[in-house]
Design a binder for this molecule. Structure first.
Ligand SMILES: Nc1ncnc2c1ncn2[C@@H]1O[C@H](COP(=O)(O)OP(=O)(O)O)[C@@H](O)[C@H]1O
Ligand SMILES: [Mg+2]
Length: 216
């Protein structure tokens, strides 16, 4: 039997009112694979990521994560699957303002009842924020917050990483560092990554590229 894909999306369709974002879109991600999702602003990249994570309803289609049909799970089971198997880097970071950097990164592990300070420290060091562990988000720059969001998305070793322009606010050196970190996680944990990016350099590091076009 061939190994099970991390993500299988079949015949996905989504519209907002009269606006069609995608229609009959299918894709698959194998373990260790990175797919770069490119496309103009407004073409539906963030919406697709939200739909894949079950955070936004689809009009049609099926999403399987490690073989499990998201739509067949009740809300609680979907949330548990997201918590344990998904790492999401939101375009707007969604770092919690009342938790310091270290507690933000620790959150996915705490929510699963398996705190791991050594792992948190490792992730903070990987994004060069170890010296900022106790800083509050309001004391951090946009690029630093983006790196907090990336460390948080990877800390619990998710099977599927959905990263929405994760290097969009970073200088070249930190962008490169984040791409290497993603690559390492994929290689070491066998995770898969769907990477939304406008950066040709980042896209070049992916195994495959998919261009989203605006539909009429
Ligand atoms: N909740 C929503 N309600 C209505 N329209 C939305 C909603 N979210 C996004 N859109 C629209 O869908 C289109 C795609 O948005 P988005 O997925 O954010 O694109 P991208 O991430 O590729 O820039 C945009 O035209 C946006 O205005
Ligand atoms: Mg977007």
């Amino acid at each position: 039997m061939p190994p099970q894909p991390v993500l299988t999306a079949q015949h996905l369709s989504k519209r907002y009112g009269p606006q069609r974002l995608f229609e009959n879109l299918s894709l698959q991600l194998a373990r260790g694979e990175m797919l770069a999702l490119l496309g103009e602003s407004g073409s539906g990249k963030s919406t697709l990521l939200n739909c894949l994570a079950g955070l936004e309803p689809l009009d049609a289609g099926q999403v399987l994560i490690e073989g499990r049909d998201m739509a067949a799970l009740n809300e609680e089971a979907q949330a548990a699957l997201r918590r344990e198997r998904l790492g999401f880097v939101f375009q707007a970071f969604h770092v919690l303002p009342h938790l310091n950097v270290q507690d933000n990164v620790a959150l996915p592990l705490l929510l699963q009842g398996r705190p791991d300070p050594a792992r948190v420290a490792e992730m903070l060091a990987a994004v060069e924020l170890d010296r900022h562990a106790r800083h509050m988000p309001r004391q951090m720059s946009g690029g630093q917050l983006q790196r907090v969001a990336i460390a948080r998305a990877l800390v619990h070793r998710p099977a599927l990483v959905l990263a929405d322009e994760p290097t969009g606010n970073l200088d070249a050196r930190h962008a490169d560092q984040v791409m290497q970190l993603l690559r390492t996680q994929l290689r070491e944990q066998g995770a898969a990554c769907l990477l939304v990016t406008h950066s040709q350099q980042a896209a070049a590091l992916a195994d495959r590229r998919l261009q989203m076009e605006a539909l009429a």
